[in-house]
Design a protein around this ligand. Sequence first.
Ligand SMILES: [Fe+2]
Ligand SMILES: [Fe+2]
Length: 292
Amino acid sequence: MDRDKTATRLLRSSVANTYDPEVEIDWDAPLLKDKYFCPPERCSLYGTELWERLTEEQRIELSKHEVASVAGLGVWFETILMQMLLREYYRQDARDRHAQYALTEVGDECRHSVMFGRMIDRFGCPYYRPAGRDGWLGKYVASTAIGPRMYAATLIAEEVLDTFQREAMADERVQPLVRMVSRIHVIEESRHVRYAREELARQVPLSSRKRLAFDRLIIARTAWLTGNRLIHQDVYRSVGIDPMVGRRAARENPHHLATMRWAGERVVEFLGGLGLIDGPGASSLWKRSGLL
Ligand SMILES: [Fe+2]
Ligand SMILES: [Fe+2]
């Protein structure tokens, strides 16, 4: 079976390219005073009037909180994904390579969430994460999602994060700690993206129309959440900007809008190719996600 072949390959790659952040990262190394936490052009306020008023030090501080926010959303998504993968694993045969890979991916995500948590703590930042209706949606998806909506929601989070991290890991203006964390994550996530993409492409043609109509809604809502919650509004407090004012400025900022489209490009193309983006209720959520 094809998916067994993929799983076998991914299991082999996991042996060769798995990193323990506790060992690989020098957690005691000091943060550098003059380095940004992400490329400055990727900050949500870059180029706005508010940005012009900030000192260099404040801009760096804001970039730190924005990266903490992205990492916080990453942990939140990973914790949901681990629950979905465990449920999938539970229904399968423990001898099956595909099932074994699901469990191996849970292992990767365990290390990632500890790594992101440590990084946020090292920054001295709060754990920014979705709350309210989004928190409820997370719990619902974590305990019920299977099939296409599970894999598509996973891909949205993984591929958007991956786009930011691929760029950050290669940028010398960025803090070495962020670059290292990004590099470890990018290497291990490429397996996850492969696994989810192949499984999703296999499952869509086998799913009923009715089921896909519901899945499109959940997928679109996930896209909306990713686009709108990636940068938590409270990050603006760190530089003395009112959260509502900061959020409004970001939403009107052409640089930020372009950044979100850039981050969504790959996954949008893939999901669009499978016919998972259009549909009643879904299209408008996607439009408002900023990822299209
Ligand atoms: Fe991860
Ligand atoms: Fe992942």
